[in-house]
Design a binder for this molecule. Structure first.
Ligand SMILES: Nc1ncnc2c1ncn2[C@@H]1O[C@H](COP(=O)(O)OP(=O)(O)OP(=O)(O)O)[C@@H](O)[C@H]1O
Ligand SMILES: [Mg+2]
Length: 311
């Protein structure tokens, strides 16, 4: 394999009984990349991360991290990777310091190294004065910051972030993303992210999608957005059938969410104001705007011809 691949998998598969959580996954992620894996609940994102970090073994297939086959020396792999679990790995009855010292010991950091790194990380999150506070007394955002500090204590080459900002308010999410950006810049870390906040995935160099354990090729967020459509047209109406009858022949079937219809417009010469006038009081409101990554996701997983598969 080329030596600049941080992550590579070949036919990586995880089966639970008869069910495939992840099936025949082939991935190549270059060192230093910010990679995003997106998909619905139960798609296989966490299972992929757990296999790549040796938390769970694959049923079939192979994987390499930083050129090392993960089954050859799992202990070495655990030193190469950092993992921020979807569910916190911290002991709430212990203090910040105890939690981080415990993790540092697992990574064989000397007490001096551990103290210096803990200081550095807590300073980034403004928690340097809270070192002896028990986790149970911290806010959710502060605890998540400690989870992330724990994941990067040993300066891993490859960092796996499984929904790192779930449940956090905007300032806390932003502070975590500033930190991740700093890790990429200062430590050249490769980042493997899963998130349901798609606006966070826009910063990725590349995103792929996963559904029912199968990988679907993605691309750069900008390319995916550009390829999706020129414009997204959203219409609120209490007569959705009438509107679909009128517009589907022009724009294709919309995504329907209750009384909201969302059309994907490829053409760049549609006169939306005239259209709005012609629909008159059959609609309660109408907006047209540029697409974003949320639209890419919705059209991939909730598009008219895929609806019903999952439900
Ligand atoms: N230990 C397990 N035993 C049995 N089935 C499991 C186990 N862990 C995961 N699964 C199943 O594997 C599939 C993939 O789960 P996984 O946790 O990887 O999804 P995910 O993409 O991370 O979802 P979410 O977005 O909800 O976190 C699901 O159908 C799940 O029920
Ligand atoms: Mg998950």
């Amino acid at each position: 394999m080329p030596s600049n691949l941080a992550i590579r998998t070949q036919g990586l598969t995880k089966q639970y009984g008869q069910a495939f959580a992840v099936e025949q996954l082939d991935l190549e992620i270059e060192a230093g990349q910010f990679y995003g894996l997106l998909g619905p609940n139960g798609a296989g994102k966490s299972t992929t991360i757990h296999m790549l970090t040796t938390m769970t073994s694959a049923t079939l297939g192979d994987a390499w991290i930083d050129g090392q086959k993960i089954t050859d020396d799992p202990v070495a792999i655990r030193r190469t990777v950092g993992l921020v679990f979807q569910d916190s790995a911290l002991d709430r009855t212990m203090s910040i310091d105890e939690n981080l010292q415990f993790a540092a010991a697992l990574y064989n950091l000397s007490p001096e190294q551990a103290n210096a790194r803990i200081d550095e990380l807590l300073t980034v999150f403004g928690l340097q004065d809270q070192r002896n506070k028990k986790l149970v007394t911290l806010s959710g955002g502060q605890r998540r910051a400690i989870d992330i500090a724990r994941g990067v204590l040993h300066k891993p080459k490859v960092l796996f972030l499984d929904e790192p900002t779930i449940g956090l308010d905007l300032p806390n999410r932003r502070s975590i993303w500033r930190f991740v950006e700093k890790l990429r810049r200062d430590e050249g870390m490769t980042i493997f992210l899963t998130t349901h906040y798609l606006e966070e995935a826009v910063a990725c160099d590349h995103v792929d999608f996963i559904q029912n354990g199968r990988l679907e090729q993605g691309g750069t967020p900008a390319d995916l957005i550009q390829q999706l459509a020129e414009t997204i047209l959203e219409i609120d109406t209490d007569k959705p059938e009438n509107i679909v009858n009128k517009l589907a022949s022009l724009f294709g079937e919309p995504i329907r969410e209750d009384q909201q219809l969302s059309f994907k417009i490829i053409a760049n010469d549609v006169d939306f104001s005239a259209l709005q006038k012609s629909l008159g009081d059959q609609i309660s409101s109408m907006q047209w705007r540029r697409p974003n990554l949320n639209d890419v996701y919705l059209w991939r997983f909730c598009a008219p011809d895929t609806m019903g598969n999952e439900k």
